[in-house]
Design a protein around this ligand. Structure first.
Ligand code: NAD
Length: 439
């Protein structure tokens, strides 16, 4: 990691760039927290000031007007964004969200987040993100389809399997990806499946994608326990969030012999010291939509779930779940960040003092983007893998990445989060040094 690094510290680089335009760092803003972690990693790496400047700025920011004829006949014009943060290692990769809270600043930060996430697992993608400012719950299916198609058409020169590959994110799903793929393909006059990931399996999606993020959480948790010399069998786990990531993580950890004693969703939390059988909880949610009322565990508060006497805590629901207010009461030895940004920097410091081993989000939940990469590879090859092959290859990427991060943590005597950022920032910086600056 030392090749080509200059002796000039990043403090100098920061001074060169100037921080005055940045908003005051707020502990509760996960995107600012991410940028602060990037800065810290850059400082530890003594990153070249020029490369620091390059990596802090997104390569491309696009704002498009998206006119949509409503079912009523009226025309509404939405604002859409697409940001390519860094594509030095490969095409931009990142989701599209439809939400009223979408802002250009948020999309910029999320695109940078994708750059680090792709680099930490060493897949040949850069970071991108997109969004449309809208309330999808107020749109009919037809309006949603027209919005998606017009947004895609507006970005037709940017998107592409070699340049920018969207995926689902907040309020977008397989169906939205199918519309993106169809619109792009109609413009190109042939089917281009590799332009998006997270598609239905029938049209080039990958087997194993749905479970991939939770599978990555299981693998990183298992590796962390092995590293710490802790057993799997009987190890107690609490999982916050019982959606895609939380429910798959809980199912797979249970299969590995761990005991899930605490579970929660937005309707409440529950605890059973003897273990909650995940198949049973899933059946309950299938029939009743939410965990509330589940009979085979005691109800507790959502706050209490995070403070349970467990070995492993998996926050897999929301940002800022663990803050400086509750971090000191967390008893888990290992935290596996299934969600993006569940721990604030203030909480990080407290957890580190308590000796908690935190598997950072950009590593813990990178299973999803890894299988998105596999989907793109399969689409481009026109050859599809069976599910055991997808899972084996995912296992190998995530296990290797976990140990890559661990080696950086050991070598530089930093925690896993700083190590993950150092590894990914250095991987992107190394490509910039090799490619040079085109003039
Ligand atoms: P989801 O919508 O399927 O599930 C979210 C779950 O969290 C639901 O069970 C919901 O009831 C619960 N929840 C919401 N607020 C809560 C609260 N205050 N307390 C406890 N539970 C609460 O979403 P998901 O796809 O599982 O994503 C969860 C997190 O993981 C998000 O941060 C997401 O960005 C991140 N993530 C997801 C993926 C993926 O592939 N799905 C990949 C990377 C990161």
């Amino acid at each position: 990691m030392s090749d080509g690094r200059t002796a000039a510290g990043v403090r100098t680089a920061r001074e060169l760039v100037g921080r005055s335009k940045d908003p005051v760092l707020s502990e509760d803003n996960p995107f600012e927290a991410m940028m602060a972690r990037f800065d810290f990693a850059a400082e530890q790496l003594r990153l070249d000031p020029g490369i620091y400047k390059v990596l802090r700025e997104p390569e491309k920011q696009i704002i498009v007007a998206v006119p949509v004829q409503q079912d009523s006949g009226e025309i509404e014009v939405y604002t859409g964004y697409r940001v390519l943060h860094n594509t030095s290692r490969g095409p931009g990769k990142g989701g599209i969200r439809f939400d009223l809270n979408v802002t250009l600043d948020e999309v910029k930060a999320l695109a940078a987040w994708m750059t680090w996430k792709c680099a930490v697992v060493n897949i040949p993608f850069g970071g991108a993100k997109g969004g449309v400012v809208c309330d999808p719950s107020g749109l009919s299916i037809g309006e949603l389809e027209r919005l998606t198609r017009r947004y895609t058409a507006a970005l037709i020169e940017t998107l592409g399997p070699d340049s920018d590959i969207p995926a689902p994110d907040v309020n977008t799903n397989e169906r939205v990806m199918a519309w993106v793929m169809d619109t792009y393909s109609m413009h190109k006059r042939h089917a281009v499946t590799a332009v998006v990931t997270g598609k239905p399996v029938e049209m080039g999606g990958s087997l194993g994608r749905r479970e991939a993020t939770g599978r990555g959480c299981m693998i990183t948790t298992r590796e962390a326990l092995k590293h710490l010399g802790l057993p799997l069998r009987g190890t107690k786990v609490a999982v916050q969030g019982f959606g895609n990531v939380g429910s798959v993580t809980a199912t797979l950890l249970e299969q590995e012999g761990l005991t899930i004693v605490g579970l929660s969703d937005k309707t409440g939390a529950m605890y059973n010291p003897n273990g909650i059988y995940i198949g049973d909880a899933l059946k309950w949610v299938h029939e009743h939509r939410y965990l509330a009322g589940y009979p085979n565990a005691d109800p507790i508060s959502n706050d209490e779930l995070l403070e349970l006497d467990v070995d492993v805590l998996v926050p897999a629901a929301v940002e800022n779940a663990i803050t400086r207010k509750n971090a000191a009461r967390v008893k888990a030895r290992v935290i596996c960040e299934g969600a993006n940004g569940p721990t604030t920097p203030g909480a990080d410091r407290i957890l580190e003092e308590q000796g908690v081993f935190v598997i950072p989000d950009i590593l813990a939940n990178a299973g999803g983007v890894t299988v998105s990469y596999f989907e793109w590879v399969q689409d481009r090859a026109g050859y599809f893998w069976d599910e055991p092959t997808v899972n084996e290859r995912l296992e190998s990427v995530i296990r290797r990445s976990f140990h890559d991060v661990l080696s950086v943590a050991d070598r530089y005597e930093v925690n896993m989060r700083t190590a993950a950022y150092m590894l990914s920032v250095e991987r992107v910086a190394a490509v910039h040094r090799l490619r040079g600056i085109y003039a």
